[in-house]
Design a protein around this ligand. Structure first.
Ligand code: GUN
Length: 290
């Protein structure tokens, strides 16, 4: 059996096209143009690429894009001052502070300063809490994308044994919460899990988010399962050129799983599409439940 390859690039493009249509409706019916502000502190090559892509895709969706760049020497107070301005700006519906921040700036202080109704990353403790108690909220983008991709293969995930590998606050924990909302039976495995292989073998749905190249082997995969690979790891290949691999040994899993996301072109493109979706949701005011 060869797995279905879940085409995240195409699925994200279709989602962005749908968002663009809904943005046009919001503009014409209510005169509201969703605005997304990105704050970038310092120079980080990967962050530059993300921010450029975010800016382009925001404009393509018909939204307004705001960009605030600060030098790596900026103080925490400088960043907080920008966040306060964006919180108060009615043209800004979504605020994203690009991570990682320079080490002298306390990430948790900055994230807590963002208005929870504009927190399109879903990292503010208010949104983290609402996600865990099942209230409407802005949910983190990569986890939302993972669940969407799994649902393209199996629209109802209820009852599935889901194993999440990784317990980060950005992916592992929120994706586990989203899968609980889908009525999956969820296990979160991590670096201290005993016999990871046998835990993964139980899974009908595997979400690999540990950031360890090809740690999940094909022999760990239950035949017929759905595999969502969040890992993006740069490794040197035999010819010495760097190449990107996921957390799953793709070629091995491909012949066992029912469906699998490639790296690149799987989960990656979904993150910005879900960010745009959150910005639209924030502009439409659907999270302001109080
Ligand atoms: N850096 C890498 N990915 C992300 C993300 O999803 N959100 C933010 N704020 N920073 C990131």
């Amino acid at each position: 059996m060869t797995a279905e390859i879940i085409d995240g690039k195409a699925i994200a493009a279709a989602l962005r096209a749908d968002i663009a249509r809904r943005v046009a409706t919001l503009k014409s019916r209510h005169g509201v143009t969703p605005g997304l502000a990105v704050v970038l502190v310092g120079e980080n090559a990967a962050s530059e690429v993300y921010v450029r892509n975010k800016g382009r895709q925001t404009l393509e969706a018909g939204m307004t894009s705001f960009e605030h760049r600060l030098p790596a020497t900026a103080s925490e107070a400088d960043v907080l001052a920008i966040v306060a301005r964006l919180n108060a700006d009615p043209k800004v519906h979504g605020i994203l502070v690009q991570l990682p921040l320079p080490p002298h700036i306390h990430t948790e202080v900055v994230l807590r300063a963002i208005d929870p109704d504009k927190d399109v990353d879903g990292f503010h403790p208010i949104n983290v809490g609402k996600l865990s108690i099942g209230e409407p909220c802005l949910a983190p983008c990569t986890p939302t994308g993972c669940v969407m991709l799994a649902k393209t293969v199996q629209p109802k995930l209820a009852g599935l044994e889901a194993v999440v590998i990784g317990r980060s606050t950005i992916v592992g924990k929120p994706v586990a919460q989203l899968l609980l909302r889908e009525d999956c039976t969820v296990t979160i495995a991590h670096s201290r899990t005993r016999d990871l292989a046998s835990v993964v073998r139980r899974a009908d749905l595997v979400i690999a988010a540990v950031g360890r190249p090809e740690i999940v082997r094909g022999t760990w995969i239950k035949p017929g399962s759905i595999v969502i690979d969040v890992g993006i790891n740069r490794i040197a290949s035999v010819d010495g050129k760097p190449r990107l691999v996921g957390d799953v040994a793709y070629d091995e899993a491909l012949v066992v799983a029912r469906a699998i996301t490639p790296v690149p072109g799987g989960v990656g493109p979904m993150t910005i599409a879900c960010l745009l979706q959150n910005t639209l949701q924030a502009a439409a005011g659907v999270n302001r439940a109080g």
